[in-house]
Design a binder for this molecule. Structure first.
Ligand code: C2E
Ligand code: MG
Ligand code: MG
Ligand code: MG
Length: 284
């Protein structure tokens, strides 16, 4: 395409690509050291029961603050971590620290809620995932039922033996499993039935279409009915407006997460806002 625009733009195009490749390489090199240099951290976004407004859990989201490059989004570095295999170490680190933090809250603030940790498809393809989870639970003391692992729809589509077995074994030890970003992938109804997921999280792209696209509103309703008929709880992610919240209430959605209630918070902010004193819940 660029070639047809003349040699000048071709030049720009390749320079641009070159620059991007360099940037990527730099991110990759830095990412390898990010863990030991303690540049990674975890933020927590609360999730609420849509009817009572009670907090029911939090999602752990990794953050990377590079001293020179600044804060780099997980949607940029997670794919690179996956391609390079660094995700195994990062994933383990997030899992351990999120569980440790939650156990601390559970013990000191006496609140029983679920911590959700994102697990990439790559991690599900390894034999040691279940052992890693078991070890983290025993090292931190967290009850398996307080841990929920979020797998994307595309993870379950790669219906490998290993992924299947890992999910089954994790469910057997009491860990909850949810499907993340639902609606963006291509999972079939038969898979969904087979796995008995606990939660389904509707992707925020659908939520943002509430009041905008009538057909996507119908899809949301259909997803909620289907999930309920399969015994799953439905979580709407990326709820930003009262209008979206009202719509989700009328369509029988169970739980909500999004900027309307709270952005992801540091552990300290999270504890202060949601767990301390009488503020064990917030009105939705
Ligand atoms: P996700 O698991 O679907 O997480 C939800 C994302 O939506 C988060 O972005 C969150 O900050 C953002 N979000 C929450 N509420 C709102 C809202 O009201 N509006 C909008 N526009 N966005 C909202 P974040 O933290 O940038 O993470 C992006 C993705 O990176 C995550 O999507 C997840 O796929 C991945 N990710 C984050 N942390 C981890 C991790 O520890 N491990 C793995 N494997 N992936 C992770
Ligand atoms: Mg998630
Ligand atoms: Mg999601
Ligand atoms: Mg996402």
């Amino acid at each position: 395409r660029s070639k047809e625009n003349g040699s000048n733009s071709y030049q720009f195009y390749t320079e641009d690509m070159h620059k991007r490749a360099l940037e990527r390489l730099e991110i990759e090199n830095c990412l390898r050291k990010a863990l030991e240099k303690c540049e990674l951290s975890i933020v927590y976004q609360p999730r609420f029961n849509i009817r009572t407004g009670y907090i029911v859990g939090a999602e752990a989201l990794v953050r990377w603050n590079h001293p020179v490059l600044g804060s780099i989004s997980p949607s940029v570095f997670i794919p690179i971590a996956e391609e390079t295999g660094i995700i195994h170490d990062i994933g383990k680190w997030v899992l351990y620290n999120a569980c440790k933090q939650t156990y601390y809250w559970y013990n000191n603030v006496d609140t029983d809620f679920q911590i959700s940790v994102n697990i990439s498809a790559i991690q599900f393809q390894r034999d040691d995932l279940v052992d890693i989870v078991k070890k983290v639970l025993s090292d931190t003391g967290l009850k398996p039922t307080m841990l929920e692992l979020e797998v994307t729809e595309n993870t379950i589509m790669q219906k490998t033996e290993k992924t299947l077995n890992n999910i089954k074994e994790l469910k057997e030890i009491g860990v909850k499993i949810s499907i993340d970003d639902f609606g963006t992938g291509f999972s079939s109804l038969s898979y969904m039935k087979e796995f008995h997921f606990d939660n389904l999280k509707i992707d925020k792209s659908f939520i943002q279409d509430i009041g905008v696209s009538y057909s996507n509103e119908s899809i949301i309703s259909a997803i909620i009915s289907m999930a309920h008929s399969m015994g799953m709880t439905v979580v709407a992610e990326g709820v930003e407006t009262e209008y979206q919240l009202d719509f989700l209430i009328t369509r029988n959605c169970d739980e909500v997460q999004g900027y309307l209630f709270s952005t992801p918070l540091t552990a300290e902010e999270f504890m202060f806002n949601y767990l301390c004193n009488d503020k064990i819940y917030k009105e939705a």
